[in-house]
Design a protein around this ligand. Structure first.
Ligand SMILES: N[C@@H](CCC(=O)N[C@@H](CS)C(=O)NCC(=O)O)C(=O)O
Length: 249
């Protein structure tokens, strides 16, 4: 069997999406940690794999690939036995999933990643806090969450585009939003609590990919506890600020 290596840091949203997808589908793969805090993604050896110096990336046999959406669709097609709902063979269903993924990168991701980077992550990255950029990112994030509710989650199914089972887009977008776990609880609540459909969809995606979802997210909970100088058992069900909001639905 051709070997698969996933180069990732679980603190990175797209890295988590790839790892959860591989685990949920029972792939045999090696996870190679590229430590973002140690700036290992800028090492020349890693840049041989991903010249952009970002995570995630994969090596499958002698084929290298970066960009998480491209990786997810490649893996869904390259490995036999991946259930059709992840990346349907039907051309129109597939095109719609690609449409959500493209929307994600220019909307939800720039808002969520931008907000986290300019607030709680800035000190850890040795960057100054930037309230102007944080406020701009928050506006993009809130607009994106509203679009998720009013458009991408408008149909009856539990998942994006009315799906009754998750696709690669569900994992990708949910892992983007779970980065908000790192925020102070009041900020996480202010941004997410009004978006009830989004909260339920995150929970449904967790349940559909459990226990891998919880296991892959445990590092995020530990990091949040470290930021807040608290202890953590990394138990998603009891420590997730996002899940706690479900009780308000
Ligand atoms: N569009 C890329 C984004 C990759 C990306 O931005 N990765 C971040 C972590 S989430 C990274 O490696 N950041 C390191 C840096 O910017 O120096 C994907 O979906 O794979």
């Amino acid at each position: 069997m051709t070997s698969l290596k996933v180069y990732a840091d679980r603190l990175s949203q797209p890295s988590r999406a790839i790892i959860i997808f591989c685990k949920a589908n029972g792939f045999e793969f090696e996870e190679v940690k590229v430590d973002l805090m140690k700036r290992e993604h800028k090492n020349p050896e890693y840049k041989e794999i991903n010249p952009m110096g970002l995570v995630p990336s994969i090596v499958h046999g002698d084929f290298n690939l970066f960009e998480s959406h491209a990786i997810l669709s490649y893996l869904a097609c390259a490995f036999p036995g991946v259930a059709d709902h992840w990346y349907p063979a039907d051309l129109i269903k597939r095109a719609k999933i690609n449409s959500v993924l493209d929307w994600h990168h220019s909307n939800l991701r720039s808002g969520a990643a931008g907000y986290v980077r300019t607030t709680v992550l800035a000190p850890a990255l040795g960057l100054p806090l930037d309230p102007t950029k944080a406020s701009e990112a928050e506006n993009v994030l809130i607009a994106s969450l509203s679009t998720l509710e009013s458009y991408w989650l408008k149909e009856d199914g539990k998942f994006l585009l009315g799906g009754s089972q998750p696709s690669i887009a569900d994992i990708s977008l949910v892992c983007e939003i779970t980065e908000l776990e790192l925020l102070e609880v009041k900020d996480c609540n202010r941004i997410l609590a009004p978006h009830k459909k989004v909260l339920q969809w995150i929970e449904d995606t967790r349940l559909a990919t459990s226990p891998h979802f919880e296991e892959v997210h445990s590092v995020l909970l530990k990091t949040k506890a470290m930021f807040n100088k608290q202890s953590s058992e990394a138990n998603y069900e009891s420590e997730s600020s996002i899940r706690a909001m479900l009780s308000t639905i």
